[in-house]
Design a protein around this ligand. Structure first.
Ligand code: CU
Length: 165
């Protein structure tokens, strides 16, 4: 059966707008004091181009999200949120550029608090980023805001030598 054009066109337009509608995704920012861990949930998120991700702080603890210096596709600038301090604090970012975004939380970089957002098509390396010694040293100033010298002693020697005053 052949449908009249005037019926097909509105259906196509409606269908297209439905498919292209941007979505909002929630990532929970979690401090689990019982288990002594901090994490993003989900850690790995795949979204469509143009979608928005909102990170929501679940507990009264200090967190943020920031892409690694080389942790985002070329053509993007990466992202850096303000700090979350209390439960309910949140921050959103709309992903206009396809690719893989590797991010972490500055206060908990040494605890491995990290995540990945892949937008449409992954770009390598499409995996969790483990910070190198140089990267941790690059965050020296920001890390010193959160760690006193005693806490620095839990860091690997090679890193601590480069981070301390
Ligand atoms: Cu954190």
């Amino acid at each position: 059966m052949k449908l009249p054009v005037k019926l097909i066109l509105p259906a196509l337009v409606l269908g297209a707008s439905f498919v292209l509608k941007a979505e909002e995704h929630i990532v929970e920012v979690i401090t689990d004091n019982e288990q002594g861990i901090t994490s993003f949930k989900p850690k790995f998120l795949r979204v469509a181009q143009g979608d928005t991700v909102t990170w929501v702080n679940i507990t009264d603890d200090l967190h943020n999200v920031i892409t690694y210096p080389d942790g985002f596709p070329s053509g993007s600038t990466g992202f850096e949120s303000p700090y979350f301090e209390k439960a309910g604090d949140s921050w959103s970012y709309t992903f206009e550029q396809k690719g893989t975004y590797q991010y972490h939380c500055i206060p908990h970089i040494l605890m491995g608090m990290r995540g990945v957002v892949t937008v449409a098509t992954p770009t390598p390396p499409n995996r969790f980023h483990k910070p190198s010694k140089d990267e941790i040293v690059a965050y020296r100033g920001k890390l010193l805001e959160f760690f006193d010298s005693e806490e620095f002693s839990i860091m690997p020697d090679a890193v601590r030598r480069n981070v301390k005053d």
